[in-house]
Design a protein around this ligand. Structure first.
Ligand code: HEM
Length: 203
């Protein structure tokens, strides 16, 4: 029992330490702002019960998330592939901590605002039922958690490998390939979401 507790404490401390490390590398103000600013705008729209501000927040946050999901595999990944090892490491270590917080803030705001938009009377009030609504909720939240568990973890693997004393460049190249593949899958799912979004009204 004691051993399990100790193990849990260590694991929990591990996660907190890692988040603190990433936040300090990203710049704590940037890390906090990336999450707090979009969520505050969402909170204001809820307090004011303003469907306009809520819808605006949803589309704006979704556009940022969608943009990253496309630009990464299509532009930044291949550009990194064209750099030499030293520069790849410099870019990866600078970019990853900021990216983790930025994408977390905007993706969470997108799915949360979409859910409020869909389900509240003062929002658009489509409710939970109906094929388009359930599909949007399922794919939207599915993509959010997938993002946390898969691409996020791959980015962090590349980051920690880059920061290790002797980075293994073969491993980094393998991670980069996996990243590109996942990026393509994610981009296709994003295009599917946009199909669902337009179908909510027209479908
Ligand atoms: C939990 C997930 C989501 C839910 C419940 C949701 C819900 C909604 C709702 C109710 C609308 C209004 C539709 C209408 O005009 O009648 C909407 C519009 C929109 N959503 Fe989402 N959404 C989700 C995720 C996303 C994601 C991940 C993106 C982009 C990456 C996105 C982008 C958009 C866009 C661009 C519109 C405007 C389209 C239009 O007005 O027809 N949404 N969403």
């Amino acid at each position: 029992m004691e051993i399990t507790q100790n193990q849990n404490t260590v694991r929990e401390r591990g996660v907190i330490d890692r988040v603190q490390h990433l936040a300090s590398e990203a710049n704590p103000a940037f890390a906090t702002g990336s999450i707090i600013v979009p969520l505050t705008v969402l909170a204001i729209s809820v307090v004011l019960q303003s469907p306009q501000l809520l819808f605006y927040t949803h589309v704006a946050a979704g556009a940022v998330w969608f943009g990253f999901a496309l630009i990464f595999p299509a532009v930044i990944g291949p550009a990194l592939g064209g750099l030499d090892d030293e520069n790849t490491i410099a870019v990866t270590t600078q970019l990853t901590p900021k990216l983790v917080f930025f994408i977390l803030g905007f993706s969470f705001t997108t799915v949360l605002s979409g859910t409020v938009l869909l389900t509240t009377e003062w929002g658009l009030g489509y409710g939970f039922s109906g094929l388009w609504s359930s599909a949007s909720l399922g794919l939207g939240w599915g993509l959010f958690f997938f993002g946390l568990v898969v691409p996020n973890r791959i980015h962090l693997q590349a980051y920690y490998e880059s920061r290790s004393e002797k980075p293994d460049f073969d491993r980094l190249a393998a991670i980069e390939k996996r990243n590109a593949l996942i990026g393509i899958v994610e981009a296709i799912a994003m295009l599917g979401i946009i199909f669902l979004m337009t179908g909510l009204r027209l479908g």
